[in-house]
Design a protein around this ligand. Sequence first.
Ligand code: PA5
Length: 503
Amino acid sequence: MQGLKLIEIGENETIKEQIRRGQREQQPFESDDFRAANRIYLDLTYIFDAPGKGAITREDVDKLIPEIMKAHQMLKNSEGDICDGDIPMTGWQNLPLEISGENLDEIKTVAKEIANEIDVFVSLGIGGSYLGIESTFRALTHQYFNQLSREQRGGAPEVYFLGNNMDPDYFRDTLDMLEGKRIGINVISKSGTTTETAIAFRIIRKLMEDNWGDKSDRMILATTDRVKGALKKMADRKGYRTFIIPDNIGGRFSVLTDVGLVGLAMANIDIEEFVAGFKNMHRIAHNDDFWQNPSLVHAALRHVSWLKGKKIEVVATNAASLFFVARWMEQLFPESEGHNGHGLWVSPSFYSEKLHANGQAVQQGERNILETFLLLLEHDNRIPIPNMDEDSDGLGFLSDRGLDMGFVNRKVIDGPAYAHYQGGVPNMTVEIPKRNAYNLGQFYYMMERSVAIAGYLFGHNPFIQPGVEAYKQAMFALIGKPGFEENATNIEKNLNKVKRIRI
Ligand code: PA5
């Protein structure tokens, strides 16, 4: 049997776009036409007055507007409970306007230089030092990026992520993908002490040094605090090239800093376009007219939902490419909102896969759900539904009418939006026009502002994560890290009080 030929299936537009990227002229980001074609809409058709108990009403939102507008002004002025230690953590707020061309050029130059000398790039980090990079990378590249040829990847090396878990099998499997290849890494950690990242770095660094000695230092980039921390110290000692996580920007708000930009440039993603998207949403999200400001409306609807007893936000998308964006939201919102008994639990879902699983509970389970759809309006590719001699599945009408897979995929959101609403689940849709760096930038900024407003509404600081710190401390103590002996003793004492049950 001969290998499969893709008869009557066109070329893959995602691959074509990967190749075009970096080769075409810069697009007119500030033109009205470009903005209109890339406008993110928030569709609220199914948000108000869903049947059953706990419906959200327009009046609920109207009542909240004065409080929201106060929060909006406070955020603009960087006022309120926003500090980590004595540093106000709103540096991300005007970053889209402040980021310099020189900074972007430097990143692109280093990325190009390193990319030319390696086959594989590995990004090491966890939480905010990881999720935004992978979510942007996945949103904008081929699902099987690493299996494509270098040319099909637009000249970029393969891209892997490590340091985001402690699973030795996962790590070992990834090493198989690196074997025999020239590698470059970016180790990202603001604190420089996060266990997962540090252990992954130690293993990879040892391998690199054992293979290439001091020459490997050139292939190691460190993205960390400007002056302090263990990683900064080591980078200085070894002479690694360093990139900076600003003091006043927390991990989950850092995708537009060197944290995100270095990895994205390495994957040949247009970082200027990414910045332009952030800039445009900065303009839109500073609007003082509540109903013209999607960040404020989004924040208001989520807050009202929570007040009305919604505890889970299903963030569902019809695009595999946007599933990781939903995962980015899974961090941004709960890590910022989940303090003092507050906040919605974010559940990322890829439809229609999940509709055949917990979709049942969304339709008919406990009515404590808000649903947010990330609807990709235009996929890269069009796959026609073929005409067949027999019509045993009864779907011949689709091909008769010239409809394609994308048409059906759109209904994967339209159908649940309608049905879930009828079942008592209020929902809203964020319409993302197409897969490009501009739209990702717009989306991230819209959500960052929304979650910052949520902090004011809940009355807590959304820019710190004491709960995460608690686990980090417990983990240090449990692995016996020197300096955490007291924590270890306390844990042991507490464990002694717990009755161990194993069945
Ligand atoms: O948003 C955050 O601040 C966290 O998710 C951090 O990014 C995460 O804990 C990783 O921390 P670090 O960059 O210090 O290794």
